[in-house]
Design a protein around this ligand. Sequence first.
Ligand code: PLP
Length: 385
Amino acid sequence: MSKQKIGQNTICTHSGAIVDPLFQGAVSPIYLSTSYGFLDQETKRYPRYFNTPNQEHLSKKIAALEDTEAGMLFSSGLAAVSAVMLSFLKSGDHAVVQNDIYGGTRNFIESHFKAYGIQYTFTKDLSINSFEECIQKNTKLIYIETPSNPLLKLVDLFAIAKLAKSHNIVSAIDNTFATPIVQKPHTLGIDVIIHSATKYFGGHSDISAGAIASTQNNVDKIWNLAKDFGGNLSDFSVWMLERSMKTLAIRVKAQQKNAKKLARFLEKHSGIDNVYYPGLKSHEHHQLAKTQMKGFGAMLSFELSNAYDTVLFLKSLKLIKPSMSLAGVESTMILPALTSHALLSESDRFAQGITDQLIRFSVGIESKKDLIYDIEQALSLSKKH
Ligand SMILES: *Cc1c(COP(=O)(O)O)cnc(C)c1O
């Protein structure tokens, strides 16, 4: 193609595909070799060097989607998170970390940073001031996640990037909830983008994977640590992930279209107290969402009124699955109080706005009317007497 910038669906379908020169097959061949020739070869290929043909090529699709120079794949989201953090933080360094981040990431920081001699501060809230307040002389990384889990709060990407640059600090974002279809943080100045590809990239709840995207320089730096830690993705999973990512844009768009309609339905329902979705005018960061997101994603959360039994509500669902994780083509719901935030004390949990009545909803691609019907019938069965 010429200079014209190729569209998102075309990137999803074609970028980074491996051409099959032998048979002109329509899809990328899968290379399962763990042993590659070295004579007269520029690249010494090996799975843990993250450079087998399938890994190398799919990384290009991820970089194209995030509008970065380079990308890399990992065996899980946390493998990507930990590789990024430990690549930019050394003993004596300090990190500023957004307060409400994914539980596993928080656990990694709280359980292991001390042993590495790395200091950290969690921000008070998501405002730029609260990030700025935490910066110290030895701060080397600002880490964010927007929209956040489970209340879908937003952080101002452009302002964070500016703040980080003015202090010569690397900025990193967990972009799992938004996906590059909805938000491209690198175009707003964020340095490193991280994904749990287990979620929307995979999209069918059957692949564990992670990904990063950044400048070639940063990716080389992360590679240098990651190749010694391991954590590469098996080529079979890489190939599966390539197949899944062909539909990333159409899936996410269908899911967010449903999410917007479901959010409006829930907001009007008398049995629902609060709905948290960046696409609603009532959302505290709706204006910011309009400037930095294209669409508002497919995650939302809501509170059942006290007249309903939340566990009974989830048990009464016939279509929507009460199950962990998120982002599959099938709709799922969880109770953060019993899952992701179960280890917090009740007062800490309430302080974060996570009540016992809060339900997080990962909206799938099912027909909207069937999702609404399912919620209505479950509500009618879960009213307290
Ligand atoms: C699931 C998730 C992770 C961790 O990814 P794994 O693939 O489970 O290691 C990190 N961040 C967010 C926002 C997630 O939802």
